[in-house]
Design a protein around this ligand. Structure first.
Ligand SMILES: Nc1ncnc2c1ncn2[C@@H]1O[C@H](COP(=O)(O)OP(=O)(O)OP(=O)(O)O)[C@@H](O)[C@H]1O
Ligand SMILES: [Mg+2]
Length: 293
């Protein structure tokens, strides 16, 4: 791409500058588990993430404006507004899992939220809670209190992203549940444009940024089968890998199983056939197209 400047690589995305105001985010097929990028790719994973994000961006503009400008025909490249990203991750939890479950077990609190006593793993919370985290340059993101987050981005900004994150989560969780998927928790990233306007950015409500659970197999009191990375995690753990780089290569059946689950999540949530998305990525953007009921 001769007219673009490569700005950097994330674990999953390549970032290019199109001009001073616009970026190209290219989602690769790389997969990470336990924050380590594995040597094997999952074909089409980047398309699934791009298509799902586009689907949600097109349907949540009335809740919060976002960075999306266009999807490219390759289905994995997003033209977007170039923003100054807020240096926090805006996590919303509707269910008790992962570090939320761990913190609750230790203290009864999750990021300063006092939760009812006696909750079990994977329980649905009375209300979704906002649990910000730092954006660690390397290693694992760390949960922080809302007071710490307010010191980083300012009290008013924090109140604003908390309100928007909860509203976005509630909208998406309701629609996903109607289609058989529980969005247990999710992470949003926001940024500001040159006029100081706050926009939703990055990816949104994908299996990489969220915990998706099949609703028909939901049973609190244990860890839930994850929709997507379960094959990969199970395989990695069973190799005896110590969870530091480099990770193990994935055999073909694990690759195929993982790819199938990503595509299943895409189709179940959007009601759009993945093949149709690949031939015409814009299908996810017409908000009058198949909508979750
Ligand atoms: N509109 C935007 N303007 C500027 N930066 C953005 C915008 N949208 C997303 N980004 C940034 O682009 C990067 C996306 O790359 P990627 O998701 O691979 O990174 P990562 O966060 O390191 O990976 P992971 O999601 O696995 O933690 C992130 O650093 C994100 O904050
Ligand atoms: Mg990311």
């Amino acid at each position: 791409m001769p007219d673009t400047v490569h700005l950097g690589s994330g674990k999953v995305r390549e970032l290019y500058a199109l001009d001073p105001d616009r970026l190209l985010l290219v989602a690769s097929d790389r997969i990470s588990t336990f924050d380590v990028v594995l040597p094997t790719e999952i074909p089409d994973k980047g398309r699934v993430l791009t298509g799902l994000s586009g689907f949600w961006f097109a349907r949540t503009r009335s809740i919060c404006p976002n960075h999306l400008l266009a999807l490219r025909p390759d289905g994995r490249s997003t033209e977007c507004r170039r923003l100054a990203m807020l240096p926090i991750e805006c996590v919303v939890r509707g269910y008790l899992a992962g570090s939320g479950w761990k913190d609750y077990g230790a203290t009864g609190l999750v990021c300063g939220h006092r939760l009812p006593a006696g909750l079990v793993e994977s329980d649905r919370l009375p209300e979704p809670i906002f649990t910000p985290a730092t954006k660690a340059e390397t290693g694992h993101d760390e949960n922080i209190s809302r007071e710490d987050a307010a010191r980083i981005v300012g009290r008013d900004r924090l109140d604003e992203v908390e309100r928007l994150s909860i509203a976005l989560y509630q909208f998406a969780a309701r629609h996903a549940l109607a289609r058989g998927i529980i969005i247990a928790d999710t992470k949003f990233e926001f940024g500001t444009d040159a006029d100081g306007r706050l926009l939703l950015a990055d990816e949104a409500l994908t299996p990489d940024s969220s915990r998706f659970w099949p609703a028909d197999r939901y049973a609190p009191g244990r860890a839930q089968p994850a929709f997507d990375k379960q094959y990969v995690r199970d395989f990695c753990e069973q190799t005896g890998w110590n969870k530091t780089s480099p990770g193990p290569a994935l055999p073909p059946d694990v690759v195929a199983g993982t790819r199938a689950r990503y595509i299943e999540a895409f189709e179940q949530i959007t009601g759009i056939r993945f093949a149709d998305y690949v031939s015409r990525p814009d299908v996810v953007l017409s908000a009058d197209g198949p909508l979750p009921r």
